[in-house]
Ligand binder design. Structure first.
Ligand code: TRP
Length: 384
C-alpha cells in the first residue's frame, strides 16, 4: 500500500483505509439523507431496517425518484447478486438482508444473480467446478434469509444464459471497450470473458421491463464497490428503452483482522466469518479479532476503548445487535471502560452461535425450492 491515506475501491479490489464520504464524492453518488430515510420509514410502516437506521447504507442514486414512482402507484423490484468464489461470510448478507426487508415490507419481487462465470473469469486459480458448487451453496444461504418463494427468481449465469442472452446482446453493443477499461482498469492481459462480463450484470436490472413489455423500475442494494458496473447500466438504460436502475450503497463491513473489508482475497481466512465455519472456528476467530481495546486492563478501565476502529463492534452494528438499544449499551459500556473486550466478545458469540444454528435449519428448507426459482428461458411472449 503506497500510503495510509490512499485507498482503492473497485468491484475487484478494496484496499487501504476507505474514506467513505470521499468515495461517494469520487463516484458522484448522492448522500442518503435523513429526509429520504424518513420517507422510507413511513412507506415501510414506521420502521427502518437496522442497516439503514445505523448508517451502513449511506449513499444512493435516484432513490427519491424511485419512491416518487412507487407512491404514484408504480411498483419496483429489487435486484442483487453474488459472485461465488467460496463460502459466504456474514458481511455478504447485508445486501440480501435489505432486499428481504423490502420484499417483506413492500411486497416487491426479488431477482438474485449468481455469477459463476464472473468469478471464473476474474479469479485465476478457481475451477469451473468450484464456482458452480459455491454458486449453489451461496444461493441456499441467500434464500435462507427468508425470501418469499412466490416472489423470488434467480439468474444462475451458466444455467440462465438463454434467459439473459437476448438482452446481453443489446447491452453489450452499447458499451464501448474504452468505458470498461476506464471503469474497471483491466490489464491488457485480462481475458475477454471478464471484459464482456459487465454486460451480464446489467441484464437483470432490465429483465422485468423486457418480460412485462413496460418500464418496471429497479432498485439495487449493493456494496458501494459494485457501483462502477451500474454506472455503465445507467448510462445505457434509456438508449435501450429501460428505466435507469436506482441504487442503495452500503459501506464495506471491516474484516476481523482490522482490514478495510471482510474479504479473504489476498488475506487470511481469519479475516472473515464464513457461514460454514464450525462453532469452534467461529469462537477462535472472534476471540482473536482485532479490537479497539487498550494494551492493559488497567488502561482500558481508565480510558475506555474505541468502538469505531473495532471489528467486533462492527459485527454488533451490522448484524448482531438485536435492537438499537442493545447497540447503544454495548457502545457506551465499551467507550467508558465498563466492559472489557473478552466480555463483549462472549456476549457477541452467544448471538453469533444462535444465528448459525437458526440459519442452518432455514438453509435446509431453502434447498427445497432453490431449483424451481432458477430462470432458464426468456420470458414468454417477450420480443427477441
Ligand atoms: N459482481 C458481484 C460480485 O462479485 C455479483 C453481482 C451480480 C451483484 N449482480 C449483482 C452484486 C447485483 C450486487 C448487485 O459479488
Amino acid at each position: 500500500m503506497p500510503d495510509t491515506e490512499e485507498f482503492v475501491v473497485t468491484p475487484y479490489e478494496v484496499r487501504g483505509r476507505v474514506d467513505y464520504d470521499r468515495l461517494r464524492e469520487m463516484f458522484g453518488t448522492q448522500e442518503l439523507t435523513g429526509e429520504l430515510l424518513a420517507r422510507l420509514r413511513r412507506l415501510a410502516g414506521g420502521e427502518l431496517h437496522p442497516l439503514l437506521e445505523r448508517g451502513i447504507y449511506y449513499s444512493h442514486r435516484d432513490l427519491g425518484a424511485l419512491l416518487d414512482a412507487y407512491e404514484g402507484g408504480r411498483p419496483f423490484f429489487v435486484y442483487s447478486g453474488r459472485g461465488p468464489s467460496g463460502p459466504l461470510h456474514t458481511s455478504h448478507l447485508a445486501q440480501f438482508d435489505l432486499c428481504r426487508w423490502f420484499q417483506e415490507r413492500l411486497g416487491v419481487s426479488m431477482y438474485i444473480q449468481i455469477t459463476d462465470d464472473e468469478k471464473y473469469w476474474s479469479r485465476a486459480g478457481l475451477s469451473r467446478e468450484e464456482t458452480v458448487r459455491w454458486g449453489y451453496e451461496n444461493l441456499y444461504d441467500i434464500l435462507a434469509l427468508g425470501f418469499d418463494p412466490k416472489k423470488t427468481r434467480v439468474f444462475f449465469d451458466s444455467r440462465s444464459i438463454a434467459a439473459l442472452y437476448p438482452l446481453a446482446i443489446r447491452v453489450a453493443r452499447k458499451i464501448p471497450y474504452s468505458s470498461v477499461k476506464a471503469v474497471f482498469g483491466l490489464e491488457p492481459s485480462a481475458n475477454i470473458g471478464w471484459i464482456f462480463y459487465t454486460a451480464l450484470q446489467s441484464v437483470p436490472a432490465f429483465w422485468p421491463s423486457w418480460a412485462e413489455g413496460k418500464p418496471v423500475p429497479c432498485l439495487i442494494p449493493c456494496g458501494i464497490d459494485q457501483d462502477p458496473h451500474f454506472r455503465l447500466s445507467r448510462d445505457i438504460a434509456e438508449g435501450l428503452g429501460f428505466p435507469k436502475p436506482a441504487l442503495l450503497h452500503s459501506r464495506m463491513v471491516p474484516g476481523l483482522l482490522g482490514e478495510a473489508a471482510m474479504s479473504t482475497t489476498g488475506s487470511s481466512a481469519d479475516n472473515a466469518l464464513f457461514l460454514d465455519d464450525p462453532p469452534a472456528v467461529v469462537e477462535r476467530k472472534i476471540r482473536n479479532a482485532f479490537t479497539g481495546g487498550r494494551a492493559t486492563v488497567e488502561e482500558q478501565r481508565r480510558r475506555g476503548a474505541v468502538p469505531e476502529v473495532c471489528s467486533v463492534w462492527a459485527l454488533w452494528r451490522t448484524r448482531f445487535a438485536e435492537s438499537d438499544e442493545r447497540l447503544r449499551q454495548v457502545t457506551d459500556d465499551c467507550r467508558t471502560g465498563h466492559m472489557l473486550c473478552g466480555e463483549c466478545k462472549g456476549m457477541l458469540l452467544e448471538r453469533v452461535h444462535r444465528f448459525y444454528r437458526e440459519h442452518e435449519a432455514a438453509r435446509e428448507q431453502a434447498k427445497a425450492w432453490a431449483e424451481g426459482a432458477i430462470v432458464t428461458g426468456p420470458p414468454a411472449g417477450a420480443g427477441v
